[in-house]
Ligand binder design. Structure first.
Ligand SMILES: Cc1cc2nc3c(=O)[nH]c(=O)nc-3n(C[C@H](O)[C@H](O)[C@H](O)COP(=O)(O)OP(=O)(O)OC[C@H]3O[C@@H](n4cnc5c(N)ncnc54)[C@H](O)[C@@H]3O)c2cc1C
Length: 91
């Protein structure tokens, strides 16, 4: 696909709307090389789908509220800023 901006290791560059630099092409999930987590892929793909259905990029992914889960037994999960990240932002 010509015009796709490929980052290091072949990851695809998108705006927060999941839109690539190619008109009408959106990307989501591990191919972005960002979070590489299940719930991030789901959120990104839902936002991409909504924007595709609307015909223009009006929705954006808010990465502050995506849960991170570790599929272990027992499972572990977190959502929101870590204590260190919150302190770094002055909270
Ligand atoms: C071992 C392992 C453990 C993980 N543990 C966790 C965890 O604990 N918590 C967590 O949140 N995430 C975990 N992940 C990450 C999570 O699985 C991914 O972030 C998520 O599946 C990404 O979804 P995706 O749709 O982007 O990619 P995928 O789920 O990989 O889906 C991509 C699909 O595209 C298909 N495909 C590839 N090439 C082509 C092609 N040329 N044509 C057509 N189809 C193609 C593939 O077969 C695949 O079905 C783990 C991943 C691995 C590998």
């Amino acid at each position: 696909m010509t015009g796709l901006a490929l980052l290091r290791r072949g990851h695809v560059e998108v705006a927060s709307s999941m839109k690539t630099r190619v008109p009408n092409i959106y990307a989501a999930g591990d191919v972005l090389g960002k979070y590489m987590l299940y719930h991030a892929a789901v959120k990104e793909s839902v936002v991409a789908a909504w924007n595709i259905l609307h015909g223009k990029p009006i929705y954006e992914v808010n990465f502050n509220s995506i849960p991170m889960t570790i599929f272990t037994e027992p499972e572990a999960a977190m959502v929101g800023l870590s204590e260190d990240a919150a302190k770094a932002r002055g909270h």
